[in-house]
Design a protein around this ligand. Sequence first.
Ligand code: DC
Length: 228
Amino acid sequence: MLNKIIIAIDGYSACGKSTTAKQVAKILGYRYIDSGAMYRAVTMFFLDQHVALTNPKEVSRALQKVSIAFKVNAKGASETYLNGLNVEHEIRDIRVSEFVSQVSTIKEVRQAMVEQQRKMGKDKAIVMDGRDIGTVVFPQAELKFFMTADILVRAFRRQRELLDRDIMVDLDTVIENIQERDRIDTTRTESPLRQAPDSIVIDTTHITINEQVDEVVRRAISAMVKSR
Ligand code: DC
């Protein structure tokens, strides 16, 4: 029998982290946790409830009313629930996307999310993607990846995803949005996006999703054997 491990996938926005993580989880029979979806769900709640983001007391009070869960749908895909409601699509809207980086800089928000993420990983057999999974959430993870790609390639991919959902945005706007998110994610004081020293870098500029998935699965199997 193979050992259960924790696989952490961190990296910049729009590098294919979640697409890779989802497929790897399916192949290994592991649970997939989209930690970005948790920050998005909190952001949606804060916007709906008009929470003053600069008021730590108000933020802490609001956080106590936030319950986030993931449920697998009939097609086997994991979906995000906020206080019992399926918000999987709504949290990807531009309204939430515009504020999520700002909300994820708030210390109280990060503490609450990290605590929940650690609980989700206590039985291992999990693939979690995000920005601080290998550095802060699970520094002891058996396998860590750091994904990166050329900005133009990332922007093209993100624009195609948006077009698939009938959302028209010109490439310059997509590039600016990604650059701004990179800037906030890497320069914030609380758990900035950093490459963990023991992580494996995957540059996805010239490789396909299948190649990304194969690389992660291959290394996962060898880590599962090694950690026996
Ligand atoms: O992965 P994503 O684009 O859905 O993430 C949305 C935002 O959440 C992103 O701007 C950074 C933040 N995030 C974070 O700070 N820490 C994580 N572990 C995951 C996401």
